[in-house]
Design a protein around this ligand. Sequence first.
Ligand code: PLP
Length: 488
Amino acid sequence: MSDQQLLQIIQNSFVGKDTVYPTVNGKSSPRRYLDSAASTLMMAPAFEVTKLFLQHYASTHSKLHYAARGASEAFDWAHQTVLRFVGADTGKYSCYFSGSGATAGFNRISSEFSAQRPERNIVLVSEMEHHSNDLPHRAHSEVVHIPAMGEGPAYGGLDIEVVRALIEKHGEKINYIAVTGASNVTGALTPIHQIAQLAHSVGAYLLVDASQMIAHAPVSMKSDSLENADIDVLIFSGHKIYAPGSPGAVIAHSSLLENMAPCELGGGMVTDVYLEQYMMSEVLPDREEAGTPNIVGAITLGAVLEVLMRIGMDTIREKEIHLIDMLWEKLSAIDGVNLYGPAPGDVPRTGTMTFNLKGFDHGLTAAALNDFHNIQVRNGCFCAHPYVREMLKRELWEMDIDPNALNAEADIERKRGMARASLGLYTGEDDLLALIEAIKDLIARKDEIHSIYHPVGSNGYQHNHYSPDLASIFNPLVALEKALEGSN
Ligand SMILES: Cc1ncc(COP(=O)(O)O)c(C=O)c1O
């Protein structure tokens, strides 16, 4: 089977891609899921692998019966597959799974790196970061934020010269640099190997948040073209790469992980325990994976990564670039749409597009796209508040709103945000054309839309009359009854 054939099969294989939802006009239709930056849909063949594994399910902490041996081997395979996927030399790097996403990894690494090198108390963190790759560093070190390029709505992408200047200024005080591989707000990609090289010039490490990059562009720990530019630590969430329910993955130089004193204690990470003392395992990843791990999720993730390697991340990236360019061009041409982030021609981007419709609060846009057009997008500041407010500041000033006012009223929060359409492997041109037509429709019916919605909470909107019974969409107890009937 060719890469392209496999890609086509996989694109049509996602669980829940075509789930039918009701719309305001009394009809119903398959949804258009454009919220992949928040979380991706499950890749069905990987899910099948998981279901087959469940036939043999056992804990990896049991050792001798057949099922436990199979589970241990499969769990080990999942670690090795992650390492292969990010081009990590297994002689140099190790991988461990933690938490339900990337956040646990950032917290662990930030606390450990600051404890290991207290004399280097500065961490450079880009202004585009998701809070999960910003706040943990603030908790343990002095953070100096790296401004992005440009200003206003086009703000985004890192200028290597700005990073260089900060490195020259802070030198060996810098413990590490933390940057996102791709922004969760604009998809702007970061030149990670160039930054790694600069970091290493003063003995600092580079930590890359690959949560938004991992499913969209090839990632390699190793630089093929630059000297001394390998990534030291890379962290991502499995649920952002078609494996909902899988853990976060941390890939790091084994030498760094070996120097970390385990912070979570319990079963699986000790070799022996006496009443007076205990001996911690020297083996990676065991010493970082206390307790019974998320074996099932890790195996799903391993299966997804294997499929993506067979398709080729270059092929996936190429397809996405075509969609991003098309979406950017068509949305830019619509009067009444504000687009954010650098143009894809200026800074390469992944398939994440943030926008506002003039005269619409971001929550109204998201609600109306859902209710009328069955298009599912996210709205708000996407856990990247400083970055979003920087891009919005001119618009907010024009409305007499201080972008950075603390504890703003709900009415102001309703203005301080954007709508975000984000792509996955299952997103087709038809989904984006539907989004474009839906946006035109909302703009054309602006007054009517305003008259039939009212604000709720700090960033939401609710149709005045239309309110489908959410329990009829999914209710775990109804689902359970059906499952029980089925097994009768
Ligand atoms: C860029 C980025 N980093 C980190 C995270 C945090 O990931 P998780 O919530 O899976 O821990 C997210 C999630 O939205 C993200 O988009």
